[in-house]
Design a protein around this ligand. Structure first.
Ligand code: NDP
Ligand code: DGY
Length: 328
């Protein structure tokens, strides 16, 4: 671990792109200590590293709860997370202590929407299976009935959570010839008109969609939303995609739905837990494509996220505006 010095003390929980570190060091207002590794900071090191810190730059894999806030003590002014999702932060505890929170919306929307489209197409057109067959000699000839999947043209797509990313996904899917775009959430969205989006009850979305894309935030309301009853209402030919958070899905129920043929296929960029154990039952299924939470993983996006997280941190340390402050 690198050592911290004077000035305001900041703890960074992981190795992050240089863009953010350069901004912090150029500002000259804080001295950072960092868990200088690509792997998560062990809890004990987090509790030690944060002691007396004025600022914390953390990741979605760091659970920031009352214990961490207590360990930090009264200096802590700001938590800047290198993510748009903030379900890993105990917001009530943070708010109670008057700590400000910065996050990284917008800058990762395009990258995450692109990845979601890639995952949808890979799952629906069975790309991982096809690649595997080429390698293992299963490709014997062009066969009319082999490796057929489902296409977007003329289909109905249902987006659960037409927020920034959900909307960007819809905009990218419409040019594939999607016939109807349904969406559900807490409120109808005026911007849905751009994609001819129809605001419908969740049950309607689930039963009428050929492709269901989950892009909502994880909240107590969305936790376990996609369960046995949800999957039982889907068409047997429908494809399920989740790039939001793993906990929105009941994975045991998803496994049953996929293995029994109740639904056609699933593509997941997020799971519970992360990483998903290599012996997990979902990984035994050909009709389930699992990615290692890479929605925002382009070089440029991660660089911009790092810079934004650093600017948010500085705003919180200096008591000035943050470029992206979460309203608590
Ligand atoms: P937004 O806040 O813009 O969108 C979240 C959406 O979730 C809103 O439209 C909201 O709808 C919806 N929502 C909230 N509660 C419900 C509910 N009960 N039912 C249905 N929809 C609901 O966030 P972003 O689009 O920027 O990000 C969304 C999420 O994507 C993040 O929270 C994060 O978890 C995940 N993410 C994953 C990435 C990856 O790498 N796979 C990368 C980036 C983000 P309403 O306004 O109607 O409540
Ligand atoms: C987020 O930002 O919430 C993603 O899950 C990772 O970019």
């Amino acid at each position: 671990m690198q050592s911290a010095g004077k000035l305001m003390k900041v703890f960074i929980t992981r190795r992050i792109p240089q863009e953010g570190l350069k901004i912090l060091s150029a500002a000259g207002v804080c001295e950072a200590s960092q868990w200088d590794s690509d792997e998560p900071v062990p809890r004990a090191e987090l509790l030690k590293g944060i002691q007396g810190a004025h600022g914390l730059l953390c990741l979605l894999s760091d659970k920031i709860d009352a214990e961490v806030l207590e360990a930090a003590g009264p200096n802590l002014k700001v938590i800047s997370t290198l993510s748009v999702g903030f379900d890993h932060l105990a917001i009530d505890e943070i708010k109670k202590r008057g700590i400000r929170v910065g996050y990284t919306p917008d800058v990762l929307t395009d990258a995450t929407a692109e990845l979601t489209v890639a995952l949808l197409l890979a799952t629906a057109r069975r790309l991982p299976e096809g690649v595997e067959e080429v390698k293992n000699g299963g490709w014997s000839s062009w066969k009319p009935l082999w490796l057929c999947g489902y296409g977007l043209s003329g289909s109905t797509v249902g987006v659960i959570g037409l927020g920034r990313i959900g909307m960007a996904i819809a905009q990218r899917l419409m040019p594939f010839g999607v016939k109807r775009l349904l969406y559900s959430g807490r409120t109808a969205k005026p911007h849905a008109a751009e994609v001819n989006g129809e605001f419908v009850p969740l049950d309607t979305l689930v039963s009428e969609s050929d492709f269901i894309v989950v892009s909502c935030s994880l909240t107590p309301e969305t936790q376990g939303l996609c369960d046995k009853s949800f999957f039982s209402k889907m068409k047997p030919t429908a494809v399920f995609i989740n790039t939001s958070r793993g906990a929105v899905v009941n994975q045991e129920h998803l496994y049953e739905a996929l293995s029994s043929g109740q639904i056609a296929a699933a593509g997941l960029d997020v799971t519970t837990p992360e990483p998903l154990p290599t012996n997990h039952q979902l990984l035994t299924l050909k009709n389930c494509v699992v990615l290692p939470h890479i929605g925002s993983a382009t070089y440029s996006t991660r660089g911009v996220m790092s810079a934004l997280a650093a600017r948010n941190l500085l705003g919180g340390l200096q008591g000035t505006d943050m470029p992206s402050e979460l309203t608590l």
